[in-house]
Design a protein around this ligand. Structure first.
Ligand code: CTP
Length: 216
């Protein structure tokens, strides 16, 4: 049985922003609520929490070590720097999959704008980081609008995860910006558990109690 105070948990939360020019970016509606609720629940369980957060408007959980980031690349570098020391990685962040190929140094003037933006992929943080997974328990989130379980299982496998929290973001009262959530927790061995509908904090407490990290 692990000593709770020796468990180090790395949590990512919120959206990322990928800039077109200094005043324009692409992002998504993530508010970071699920990740911050998980950070609070992990702290209450006596864990040490490193919280890597994209731009959010939430109060810092008391006791968490906060690492603010903006872009997917910054989030990747911060997770990369903290991963080896953690026992549990929970990636709730809604990382942008694409970024503009060109980021203009100056504001694009309306009259001169080309009206097309070419994108390139960002680093898949989970996929890259789990290549060097040793003892860590890694939990991903899957934001889906259809075929929830099937897509989530594909991600569980392709990203080499121990657990995936499948979230139907098309439902009212679930996913982005909501205070409540309803998720399907799927384990690598194929077992699954429905959590909610309930408060994101209640779901977070339940998730933290279910994640039993392997210690080296
Ligand atoms: N994720 C990541 N790096 C990215 C994109 C996503 O680590 N560049 C993580 C998310 O934090 C989440 C999981 O991968 O834990 C699944 O994210 P999701 O957006 O549901 O899936 P994608 O891999 O982006 O695939 P798709 O957009 O095709 O659904």
């Amino acid at each position: 049985m692990s000593n709770a105070s020796s468990i180090r948990c790395l949590i990512t939360a919120g959206p990322t922003r990928e800039f077109i020019d200094p005043v324009r970016f692409i992002s998504n509606p993530s508010t970071g609520k699920m990740g911050f609720a998980l950070a609070e629940a992990a702290l209450e369980a006596g864990w040490t929490v490193d919280l890597v957060a994209g731009p959010v408007a939430l109060e810092e959980p008391n006791g968490a070590i906060l690492y603010p980031v903006v872009t997917a690349e910054e989030m990747f570098h911060q997770v990369d720097a903290l991963f080896d020391a953690c026992d549990v990685l929970i990636m709730t962040a809604a990382v942008s999959d694409f970024r503009p190929k060109t980021q203009h140094a100056q504001k694009e003037k309306k009259a001169d704008a080309t009206m097309t933006v070419e994108f390139e992929p960002t680093t898949d943080i989970l996929k890259t980081i789990t290549e060097r997974k040793v003892h860590q328990t890694v939990v991903g989130f899957a934001a889906e609008t259809k075929d929830l379980a099937a897509y989530a299982k594909e991600k569980l496998k392709s990203k080499n995860l121990d657990w995936i929290v499948a979230n139907d973001v098309s439902q009212a009262g679930a996913g982005f910006a909501s205070d409540t959530n309803e998720v399907l927790l799927i384990a690598a061995d194929g077992s699954f558990l429905q959590l909610g509908p309930s408060d994101k904090k209640d779901i977070a407490v339940e998730l933290i109690s279910l994640i039993v990290p392997e210690k080296p």
